[in-house]
Structure formats: structure tokens, C-alpha cells
Design a protein around this ligand. Structure first.
Ligand SMILES: [Fe+2]
Ligand SMILES: [Fe+2]
Length: 218
């Protein structure tokens, strides 16, 4: 893996929210990991791959919040750090919930409807994953409040900084396990159990959730 530094057009992030991208500008300054030879991102005709692409965005933006908190614990943030934090908070406030809706409202119900022995293990996973979504939402809510106070006041007290670290560490641990389960077990199971028609329906619902008719995000 190598790192690039510079401007990244987040409108190309399929899981990013178009309105968020417009509000914070077409580009942001970030250090973003890219992998040589990595395949292109998926589009809405490949919804299971697209859901995995979203996981890379979640990992990236959570990494931004952890890195800023680690480098400048509760201290005065630079302009670039503030921009990075704003972009990450916007992502988790607007785009990430759509990913959860993609799973809970489009993917999981179809797996529940799959009358297949192999689906039983997938359904047990789904129940666990839905609990994770609820726990993650509570941590994100706390992170949003603490980070917004940090941005508004120009600093964060030691106790709040420790609470912020705790919530971020909990999210990192939760996402590691959760994303691993989805990428390695649930999505492959869905690819086996669901029909081409069902997968196409999931893609259309994901696009509609983002007010996109078809194909790629603009
Ligand atoms: Fe999930
Ligand atoms: Fe997910």
C-alpha cells in the first residue's frame, strides 16, 4: 500500500453523500491510502461490491478521526485538520446511515426471505450485525457531540478527550469485526443465496436512496 497526499474529489466516493460533497466543496485535503493494482470501485449494478467499497470509506474516515485525536489530543486544530474532521463527521452523519439502510432495509430482508438451509447461518449473522449497528450509532452520536464541541471551542478538556478516545476505540474494534463478518461471510452468502433479480433490486434501491436513477454516482 502507498499513500498519496493532496486533493481528493469526494464526489467520486460512492458512499459519500452528494449534498455533503457540495457543502464542503468538491475537494478536500487528505492523506488517502491507495493500493497499486486495486480494481475500480463498483457501481449500482454491483450492489454487494458497492457495499464493500463503502466499508473502505468507513475505515478511512474513522481513521481520520482517530489520527487527528491521536496527534492533537484536545488541542488547537490546524485548518487542514479541521477540514478533515468536518469531512469525516459529515460522512458519518449523512452517508454512513445510508449504508446501514442499504443493509437493514434492502439486503437483510431479502436474506430473511431466502428459504434455504444455508441462509440460517446468514440470518444469525444478520441479527448480530443489526445489534452492532445500534451500538455503533450510539458511539457515533457521542463522537459527533464531542468533536463538534472541540471544533466550536477550539479545544477539548482532558476528560472529554479521554471519552472521545474511548468511543473511537470502541468503534474501531466494532467495525473491524463487523466489516470482516460482512465482507467475508455475509456478502458472499448473499451472492450465493439471492437471485440476479433480487441483487438488481437492491442496487436500484441503493441508487434511489441517493436520488440517483442508475449507474454510477456523479
Ligand atoms: Fe453492517
Ligand atoms: Fe456494512
Amino acid at each position: 500500500m502507498i499513500w498519496i497526499t493532496g486533493h481528493v474529489d469526494i464526489r467520486r466516493a460512492y458512499c459519500a453523500d452528494a449534498k455533503t460533497a457540495v457543502r464542503i466543496g468538491s475537494t478536500i485535503n487528505v492523506d488517502m491510502p491507495i493500493q497499486i493494482g486495486r480494481r475500480r470501485d463498483h457501481n449500482f449494478t454491483e450492489p454487494l461490491g458497492l457495499l464493500s467499497d463503502c466499508h473502505r470509506r468507513i475505515e478511512y474516515f474513522l481513521g481520520v478521526l482517530i489520527a487527528v485525536t491521536g496527534r492533537t489530543p484536545g488541542g488547537l486544530l490546524t485548518h487542514a485538520q479541521r477540514a478533515e474532521v468536518e469531512a469525516a463527521l459529515s460522512y458519518f452523519l449523512t452517508a454512513s446511515p445510508r449504508h446501514t439502510a442499504d443493509e437493514e432495509d434492502s439486503l437483510f430482508p431479502r436474506l430473511r426471505d431466502a428459504h434455504d438451509v444455508a441462509a440460517k447461518r446468514a440470518l444469525r449473522l444478520v441479527e448480530q450485525l443489526e445489534r452492532d449497528h445500534d451500538i455503533g450509532e450510539r458511539h457515533h452520536h457521542a463522537v459527533e457531540g464531542l468533536m463538534r464541541r472541540w471544533l466550536a471551542d477550539g479545544g477539548l478538556e482532558r476528560g472529554d478527550t479521554e471519552r472521545l478516545r474511548g468511543h473511537l476505540a470502541a468503534l474501531q474494534s466494532l467495525y473491524r469485526r463487523h466489516i470482516d463478518l460482512e465482507d467475508r461471510e455475509l456478502f458472499p452468502a448473499a451472492a450465493r443465496l439471492l437471485s440476479a433479480r433480487q441483487i438488481a433490486e437492491i442496487g436500484r434501491e441503493m441508487a434511489a436512496r441517493r436520488s440517483i436513477r442508475s449507474g454510477r454516482m456523479p
